[in-house]
Design a protein. Structure first.
Length: 122
């Protein structure tokens, strides 16, 4: 889940316990980072130990606020609302993307779908 927030090179020291996420780090998150934790199936308490105490409190508060406001889901590619056309969820990074933004005209029949960025990383 840490890789959802930071790129892989920034995530490694955090995951290895060399640094903790601070309040200043939270300012670097974009809206698509926040919406990944909006899902009820994501247990964000699993990453508590990667934050300093103040940052975790602020992170948890922001996610709760984001959920309460029920903001529109945003396409990672074009940054527009997902309500404008059909979209698909990447099963690796949990980003939502409009089908046309990834060159698709319909949802693939695959059980697991990865966006081009995640597919390239595998």
């Amino acid at each position: 889940m840490i890789v959802w927030l930071f790129n892989e090179s920034l995530s490694k020291p955090i995951i290895n316990g060399l640094v903790r996420i601070t309040s200043e780090d939270l300012e670097k998150f974009n809206e698509t980072s926040w919406q990944k934790f909006r899902n009820d199936i994501v247990d964000r308490t699993l990453i508590t130990n990667f934050f300093d105490e103040l940052a975790w409190t602020e992170f948890d508060k922001r996610i709760s606020e984001f959920n309460r406001k029920k903001r529109a889901w945003i396409c990672r590619c074009c940054k527009k609302s997902l309500s404008q056309s059909k979209s698909i969820l990447c099963d690796r990074c949990l980003d939502w993307i409009h089908l046309p933004c990834v060159g698709l005209s319909s949802v693939p029949r695959k059980k697991i779908w990865m966006c081009p960025d995640c597919a390239d990383e595998n």
